[in-house]
Design a protein. Structure first.
Length: 260
């Protein structure tokens, strides 16, 4: 489905019972709403589920230029308003996690429980340089030039070697990502810091991460330590796209937290 919000047209899908609590899923960089297919299927009888393609991804418009998280946050509020969603649970991974951190800081009254996955909560001089290098590669060679390096960052070597079916699904999503959208959102990821205000959040928070997700597992444990009452779940053997590497474990932890 399509709807106009915050100046662009968004692609989204809604499923689940009309009167159930809302649950919004937000995708990572270089994927789309279909990264959440398994969770949407597993939870379809318990929640009113909104999956949407972030700005510049999937079938949502991809304006040229560098985006900011303020823009991506405004996108969500405008989308919720357009769809008449007053309050919702949130589940975001990587870029969707950072978007959720900004949302719960700026608009806590619009959200209930927050599931924040596989993101350290801030950029650093080192990651900023890495993002700028990836932006230059995308400008020169498009998404095919980023495919293999992205897969190697996102998935443990043993997962790549086993090559389960979800890896081909991810490869197709990466290649289908508009270059404008990748560049715009990569610029946002290169310049953000939600860590200082996360300890002040009063909404219930679950930090969830893949065990093999580079430095993110340690960073998310540090955030959990900084936020009294928050929870922390590590998914064994999972890499950066933890919900697809360990879908059953991910959904179990998500369901238990949202139902608490």
């Amino acid at each position: 489905m399509r709807i106009r919000a915050n100046g662009i047209t968004f692609n989204f899908e809604i499923s689940g019972p009309d009167r159930a609590p809302w649950l919004i899923f937000s995708n990572s960089l270089a994927t789309n709403l279909h990264m959440w297919d398994q969770q949407a299927t597993d939870l379809r009888n318990e929640f009113r589920i909104l999956r949407y393609d972030q700005r510049g991804h999937g079938r949502t418009e991809a304006p040229a230029g560098r985006y900011t998280f303020d823009l991506l946050i405004a996108d969500v509020i405008a989308l919720m308003d357009a769809l008449g969603i007053k309050r919702a649970h949130w589940c975001g991974l990587s870029m969707g996690c950072a978007t959720g951190m900004g949302l719960v800081q700026k608009h806590p009254e619009r959200f209930d429980r927050m599931v924040l996955c596989d993101n350290p909560g801030r950029s650093s001089p080192e990651t900023q340089r890495a993002w700028e290098e990836r932006i230059a590669i995308a400008q020169q060679g498009g998404m095919p030039a980023l495919l293999e390096s992205t897969m190697q960052r996102w998935f443990p070597p043993q997962t790549l070697q086993a090559n389960p079916p979800h890896l081909d699904k991810i490869r197709k999503m990466i290649l289908a990502t508009p270059v404008n959208g990748f560049i715009g959102c990569a610029a946002a990821l290169a310049d953000h810091d939600f860590r200082p205000l996360m300890p002040q959040v009063r909404n219930p928070v679950l930090y969830m991460t893949g065990e093999k997700d580079a430095n993110n597992a340690a960073a998310m444990k540090a955030m959990q330590d900084e936020l009294p009452g928050s929870r922390y779940v590590v998914l064994p053997g999972a890499g950066h796209i933890s919900n697809m590497d360990q879908p059953a474990m991910f959904t179990k932890a998500l369901r238990e937290f949202l139902s608490a």
